[in-house]
Design a protein around this ligand. Structure first.
Ligand SMILES: Nc1ncnc2c1ncn2[C@@H]1O[C@H](COP(=O)(O)OP(=O)(O)OP(=O)(O)O)[C@@H](O)[C@H]1O
Ligand SMILES: [Mg+2]
Length: 355
């Protein structure tokens, strides 16, 4: 996807109670060889209205972390430890009925594949209206009117006709818009999006992404957005968290992390993108393969691929530490702050902020 590197200004940090607060999240799945820890202690918080992008190679635990937020892992038989709080409610201990209220109420979910959320045998308008009736307790007529407004919001042309369509009668881009309408139908405070544009053509991807950003800003919805695509991250993120082997290895403001990365993994990711311009650059083009989380080496899990590896990296798993206000990394030897990102190999001159 060809999105210009236009990182939004981080803005002043205001002390607001977090809408989302994840503390010590650990997730394990049982396989043939016993339990495998796929998320290994994630801490994250997000203030209302902010957008956090989760970046990382395939298998790093982004989707599992995202699915833990509305308690979806309970249905998968995963072992979950730690706490996830949304608006102060602890999702990990919420009774099933309350959890259902949370999903599609306070929290909306946009998947990569719309058919995960849309039922092929019901008309789209009916599905959205049904959700609205369930969560808001309004009449069918009022719910249908809201569904119509939502179709306008997500810019689905000929809304009246499309509301009556079955999901399979719409193009991929329109189906994705319909799912965004569905996710927004209960005016969520928190929107969770797992690679919502990846399956679409490049031009449609950009349209959907810009639309999502516009709706999110207009309505003040907070968002956690998972992507492989640094162009997308730069376009949409206020904050970025980079995951590697089930842990967050670097996090901070979008500009700090994407332009002044301090963890060797983030530096490698951003360099490999920049060298070939942003077009269709995805993560996963580093040398070496992501590790098998069931057989992690001792010490830092990135050490085997790390160009800055020192001897102690093979022995100690680094804790998170603060590098600058609001910028942390889990690395024993983070690189120094670079004054000018364009002096870093591969970073195009004049890319960020100035637009
Ligand atoms: N339901 C499941 N049962 C067993 N293992 C799972 C399950 N879901 C995910 N995993 C494992 O957890 C790890 C993290 O998976 P996850 O889907 O979160 O990765 P990801 O970062 O989203 O990757 P991608 O970018 O490919 O979507 C992987 O090793 C995956 O195989
Ligand atoms: Mg995923």
């Amino acid at each position: 996807m060809n999105v210009q590197m236009t990182i939004p200004e981080a803005g002043p940090r205001v002390a607001t109670a977090p809408l989302l607060d994840i503390a010590g999240l650990r997730v394990a799945y049982r396989g043939l060889a016993g339990w495998t820890q796929v998320v290994r202690g994630v801490d994250l918080s997000l203030a209302p209205g902010r957008t956090l992008v989760l970046l990382g190679e395939s298998g790093s635990g982004k989707s599992v972390t995202l699915r833990a937020i509305p308690g979806l892992l309970r249905e998968e038989g995963a072992r979950v430890e730690g706490h996830v709080r949304v608006g102060g409610q602890d999702v990990t201990t919420l009774p099933p009925a309350e959890l259902l209220k949370l999903r599609g109420g306070r929290v909306g979910f946009i998947f990569q594949e719309p058919m995960t959320a849309l039922d092929p045998v019901f008309r789209i308008g009916d599905q959205i209206a049904e959700t609205i009736v369930q969560h808001r307790g309004v009449s069918w007529r009022a719910a249908m009117a809201t569904a119509r407004e939502l179709f306008d919001l997500v810019q689905i042309p000929s809304a009246e006709r499309r509301l009556k369509a079955y999901p399979n009668e719409l193009s991929g881009g329109l189906r994705q818009r319909a799912m965004i309408a569905m996710a927004m139908s209960c005016e969520p405070e928190l929107l969770l999006a797992d690679e919502p544009t990846t399956a679409l053509d490049a031009t449609v991807q950009i349209q959907v992404l810009l639309l999502l950003r516009e709706i999110q800003r207009e309505r003040g919805t907070a968002m956690v957005f998972v992507t492989h695509d640094l162009g997308v991250a730069a376009e949409i993120a206020d904050e970025v968290a980079v995951m590697y082997a089930g842990r967050i290895v670097e996090r901070g403001g979008a500009e700090q992390v994407l332009l002044y990365p301090r963890h060797p993994y983030t530096r490698a990711l951003t360099n490999c993108v920049v060298q070939g311009s942003y077009r269709d650059q995805r993560l996963g083009e580093l040398s070496g393969a992501p590790p098998d989380v069931s057989r992690l080496p001792p010490g830092c899990s990135f050490a085997p691929r790390c160009p800055a590896r020192a001897e102690d990296c093979l022995r100690h798993e680094p804790d998170f530490r603060s590098l600058a206000p609001g910028h942390d990394a889990a690395c024993l030897h983070p690189s120094g702050p670079s004054a000018d990102p364009s002096s870093r190999p591969g970073v195009p001159a004049g890319s960020p902020k100035g637009h």
